[in-house]
Write a protein that binds this ligand. Structure first.
Ligand SMILES: [Zn+2]
Length: 129
């Protein structure tokens, strides 16, 4: 075997998002494909809460785009980790309404998805500081 094992070095970055602050960062020295590099927690620089780890296909909405962030959090709740570019989520879930349709298409009862969305909306509606 002449093949060299890849060195577990920081060759990649992982996307992290804080749903509370609507901020996303890339963590240096992490990897979302190399299992030799341990996952590291990443506290939000704003609120110090642990951030949510997301895949490389995650694109952070602008901070002011509240509905887009609700969309992301809703998808996350239902198991989406943005690790595949094949799903075409950018198109399928362009709006919150499309996202509801997409999730109910996956078999989640629409009433339940709406209820979940309401819960997230309430949890995130706080006066911005
Ligand atoms: Zn935060």
């Amino acid at each position: 075997m002449r093949k060299q094992a890849p060195k577990p070095s920081a060759t990649n970055t992982v996307h992290f998002a804080c749903f509370q602050c609507r901020k996303a960062f890339k963590q240096r020295g992490s990897s979302n494909w190399n299992p030799d590099i341990p996952e590291q927690p990443f506290p939000c620089p704003e609120c110090k809460r642990p951030m949510t780890r997301l895949g490389r296909y995650f694109k952070a909405p602008p901070q002011r785009a509240g509905r887009q962030w609700l969309k992301v959090e809703l998808l996350y709740f239902y198991g989406e980790r943005f690790q595949s570019g094949q799903l075409g989520l950018g198109t399928k879930c362009r709006t919150l309404a499309l996202t509801l349709a997409y999730l109910s298409g996956l078999g989640h009862p629409e009433a339940e998805v709406r209820e979940r969305l309401k819960t997230i909306r309430v949890a995130r509606s706080r006066p911005s500081t």
